[in-house]
Design a protein. Sequence first.
Length: 289
Amino acid sequence: MAPTAVLSEAVSHGQHACGVVGCRSERLRMVTGFVRCGLAAGDRVWCFPNGRRSDVLGWLRRDDLGGDDAVARGQLTVLSTHESSLSGLDSDPDRVIDDLCRAVDEALDDGWNGLRIIGDLGWAIRGRADAQPLLLDFEARIGEILAASPAAMLCQYDRYRFAADTMLALAGAHCAMIGKTEIPLSEQLTVSLLTGMPGLRLSGEADLSTRDILVTALDAAVEGESDLHLELSELSFIDSGGARVMLRTAGKLGPGRRMVLHRPPPSLTVVLDLFGETTTVVTVAGQAG
């Protein structure tokens, strides 16, 4: 699935968002925006960032969000990742999921409109060799639960703790993405999430040296129900093998879905014309100069 790029303030009930951060200021903006929205909506808010509780409360004070009052009335809980429910993610993910589901019910019983959770999952599984499959399984399961729940979750990841292909796969397990949506997979090829439509922007060169990267990016984007849009105006080169990867991906979309290529380079449309019998699942919208 290709997540939609949004602001942290726009995450709402039923949504499971990925927040990619790389510095303290990015983390601060993401946390305060998410908490501000949750408190204003009358939700209970759980905040489990990578950092000290006092630091987070200090951020909320500087933004005049009334964090101390919200804590006192039971609307806001701020704990470090290691003190929170997420601390069991590396050993007992089933318990973590049960705890989060129970917390939603408790929030409603206590008179709140729902529950919003923001936490740093990358630090919750620090040191695990199997971090990627563990996180992907957890994210897929929690996403299904949230979709039918008066709850929202923003999972923070430090972009410097994960390889780019892993970060792309993790982003694809969410319905929305906040933060720096450009994921530099190599010096030759960059993949960015589109804003306002499901899909990706490809920049640079897609050739044999970046073939695995292209496959990873497109495989992460095929889930969902909408057409898959690819913005290609900044794609300077793509070889016939890359074109075949696109066509194979288009074939995985299923009935009623199409791959829409926006402003592809002329060389790509020439290659696609050569594969004419397989291009019925591809629509070209505009042409690069």
